[in-house]
Design a protein around this ligand. Structure first.
Ligand code: C2E
Ligand code: MG
Ligand code: MG
Length: 743
């Protein structure tokens, strides 16, 4: 078949001509480009070939050299050389090369050539060409894309995995490395290798399955395992390739977040530690703060305590003299500005000393505390009650409208003390003497106001105690007098101003004189005869009582012998001893010396001591009493009943007499209490083997009463007033004969 055979179809036999037409139709309509060459020239081609190479028609190509389609002659020669043997062997020669269009542009062409007759290749060659430029470009693009994707996959910083039906189909290097697998080792394995156990794998499946099926992205963090069993935390993102169809597989990206989680955990731990440290530090600070606050409070309290101690009386807690002066000063300044009055009440407990001496300091202290409490209770807030020491209290009433108001308060103070006290189980009745001074009437400064209130208080004592007195100028005179008295007392002994008066006592039954009490008097050059109550306390305070007392003992013994010489029968002489005298260590010697000096028998001397002396209870008390007893002198308890002692005390002491205080005897006929007290004292004293003397028997009725009560002896104005020594002999002479004293 040739391209030129066309014109000759009519000359052919009809069936051959028909075949010819059919071939031509095929050639013309083939969708591939077909060329027929012979002797290196174009013999024929179809339209498609001509069009593919940019020629107007097959006719234009006819007889064109075969090299016209190639880029160069060398190309052409080379292809011819390569193709020759193939064609000759009857095989198809296939080549893909850039080829040239008529206008010189090139394109990639895929050529398949076959010899018409391999035995005689000169008969021509058929070329089928295809423009593969686009296809090759597309293929190249796809390849490039594949390479890029591969690169992405391999270089990804996350592990990427493709699974299908639970099997690993593909994974990247990162994934292998992350889980400790070698290249390609994972492919074909079950994804179970990433999990610690079947249960864990199952749990993961339960969580991931529904998400993937629904087409959503799975995003979890899971604790997976490496090939060597070590664990790592992964963040896993996954999506099904085709939602709803698991068989299409799943793409997983996995990121090792162990470090991040560890960092997070560490951060969390660090945070917690920090929190703990902050909490500890906060607690420490709070504790320190608390301690500091406590210390500050303690220090404040200590300072307050010191301040309080400096300004208050330790026993009662009341303001002391210092604070009193301070407050009084303020009150005076204020009163001065506001033209008001201030009252100062100076209060002293009556006979407190006796209570202290008889019942001891503990009881005395307890009493003072209760007194302080009662005083504080009745006073108003602005008032000050202070203890100056001992049994002295001072009340300051600032801002008084009328001086009379001070009197009202004084009355209240007296009333407050009227209720019995019960310190240490003793029932005590206490009264007070109160002196009142007023600002500005009685003074304008603290010192003079206090001094004047003190004077008024002494006056209240003089007025019989248990009362209050306003200060009068006269009182200062009295105070001055007291001072003078003290001075005079110092000289009284050497000036021989003392004398003794004697008061006899009688046996109640017989009326016979059975004792004579020596009572001191002071014959003052100006004042006349001064009674002991006015100077004995001063003598006691100043200590002058010791030489005075010694003089009394000597004088009494001397007088006894004088009376004896004058014909008086031997009657015991009684001498009073003051507490201070009794405490003198040389008392026994003094007494013994006096007896010896005047030749007066020991058994005719009696010593009267007060209860307070016994109650002081020092070891020396008993020693002194026993020494006196051994000496043979009689011992009497004077003023019995006023000193709060109990009779049982007396058992221990070698005492011979009790002298019932005249205060009980005085009201014996009118006060049933006193009557029963006297009766009881007599009964109890007798049961202890003691004689009883009733003092202050002032009338026949009293004498009758004590006689009926069984009292042994009586002393008092009804029998005789105290009298000078020289009157006594005559007085005794008129009495019945005295009984002889039994030692
Ligand atoms: P005293 O020892 O209890 O003496 C009795 C006091 O009662 C005496 O007072 C006496 O005069 C008084 N008196 C006697 N009978 C009656 C009476 O019927 N009615 C009243 N109202 N009084 C009567 P005097 O002499 O004033 O002595 C008072 C106190 O002074 C004595 O009480 C005694 O405690 C003390 N005293 C007297 N002389 C001395 C002394 O030489 N030394 C000491 N230390 N004290 C003495
Ligand atoms: Mg006496
Ligand atoms: Mg007496």
């Amino acid at each position: 078949m040739t391209a030129t055979g066309q014109a000759n179809a009519a000359e052919m036999p009809p069936d051959q001509a028909e075949l010819m037409l059919e071939y031509r139709a095929i050639l013309e309509n083939a969708s591939v480009a077909i060329l027929f060459t012979r002797h290196s020239k174009v013999l024929h081609c179809n339209d498609r070939f001509a069009a593919m190479f940019g020629w107007a028609s097959p006719e234009e190509l006819r007889d064109q050299p075969g090299s016209v389609f190639w880029l160069s002659l060398e190309d052409y020669v080379e292809v011819g050389r390569n193709a020759g043997p193939v064609l000759a062997s009857g095989q198809a020669y296939e080549v893909e090369r850039p080829m040239r269009r008529k206008d010189g542009s090139t394109f990639l062409c895929h050529i398949v050539a076959k010899a018409v007759n391999p035995a005689a290749t000169t008969e021509g060659t058929i070329w089928i060409g295809e423009d593969v430029t686009d296809r090759r470009r597309a293929e190249e693009n796809t390849r490039q894309l594949m390479l890029q994707q591969q690169a992405i996959l391999e270089n990804a910083s996350v592990g990427i995995l493709f699974t299908q039906e639970g099997k690993i189909r593909h994974c990247n290097t990162r994934m292998e490395r992350m889980f400790g697998w070698g290249p390609g080792e994972l492919v074909g394995r079950s994804a179970r290798v990433f999990f610690a156990s079947d249960e864990d794998y199952g749990r993961f499946g339960q969580q991931a399955g529904p998400v993937l099926l629904s087409g959503n992205q799975l995003d979890v963090e899971w604790n997976n395992v490496r090939r060597d069993g070590s664990s790592l935390w992964c963040r896993i993102l996954a999506r099904a390739v085709l939602p709803g169809d698991a068989s299409q597989g799943t793409i997983w990206t996995t990121e090792d977040v162990s470090a991040r989680r560890e960092a997070q955990q560490a951060l969390l731990r660090a945070h917690e530690e920090l929190e703990i440290r902050v909490a500890e530090r906060t607690a420490e600070l709070a504790a320190t703060n608390l301690r500091l606050q406590e210390e500050v409070a303690e220090r404040q309290q200590a300072e307050e305590r010191v301040m309080h101690l400096a300004n208050h009386d330790a026993l009662t807690g009341l303001p002391n003299r210092r604070l009193l002066i301070d407050r009084l000063g303020q009150a005076l300044a204020l009163a001065h500005r506001e033209r008001q009055h201030v009252a100062i009440l100076f209060m002293d407990l009556d006979r407190f000393k006796t209570i202290n001496d008889s019942l001891g300091h503990m009881v005395g202290d307890a009493l003072l505390q209760t007194v302080a409490q009662r005083l504080s209770e009745i006073l108003r807030e602005g008032d000050t009650v202070s203890r100056l020491g001992g049994d002295e209290f001072v009340v300051v009433l600032p801002n008084l409208d009328r001086p009379k108001d001070a009197e009202r308060v004084a009355l209240k103070l007296v009333e407050a003390l009227a209720r019995p006290f019960e310190p240490g189980g003793h029932e005590l009745r206490v009264s007070a003497s109160i002196g009142i001074s007023l600002f500005p009437e009685d003074g304008t400064d603290t010192e003079s106001l206090l001094r004047n209130a003190d004077s008024a208080m002494y006056h209240a004592k003089d007025m019989g105690r248990n009362n209050y007195q306003f200060f009068l100028e006269q009182m200062n005179v009295t105070a001055a007098e007291r001072l003078r008295l003290e001075n005079d007392l110092h000289r009284a002994l050497e000036r021989r101003e003392f004398e003794l008066h004697y008061q006899p006592r009688i046996a109640v039954a017989s009326g016979a004189v059975c004792g004579i009490e020596a009572l001191i008097r002071w014959r003052h050059p100006e004042r006349g005869l001064v009674l002991p109550e006015h100077f004995i306390p001063v003598a006691e305070d100043t200590g002058l009582i010791v030489p005075i007392g010694e003089w009394v003992i000597n004088q009494a013994c001397r007088q006894g012998t004088v009376w004896g010489a004058a014909g008086l029968p031997p009657i015991p002489v009684a001498v009073n001893l003051s507490p201070r005298q009794f405490r003198q260590t040389d008392l026994v010697d003094t007494v013994a010396r006096a007896l010896e000096q005047h030749g007066w028998p020991c058994k005719l001397l009696e010593l009267e001591i007060t209860e307070g002396v016994l109650m002081q209870q020092t070891p020396d008390t008993l020693k002194t009493l026993e020494a006196l007893h051994r000496l043979g002198v009689g011992l009497a308890i004077d003023d019995f009943g006023t000193g709060y002692s109990s009779l049982s005390y007396l058992k221990r002491f070698p005492v011979d007499f009790l002298k019932i205080d005249q205060s009980f005897v005085r009201d014996i006929a009118v006060d049933p209490d006193d009557a029963s007290i006297v009766t009881a004292i007599i009964g109890l004293a007798h049961s202890l083997g003691l004689k009883v003397v009733a003092e202050g028997v002032g009338n026949a009725g009293q004498l009758d009463f004590i006689r009926n009560a069984g009292c042994d002896e009586a002393q008092g104005h009804h029998i005789s007033h105290p009298m000078p020594a020289d009157q006594l002999v005559a007085w005794v002479a008129n009495r019945p004969q005295p009984p002889v004293k039994t030692a």
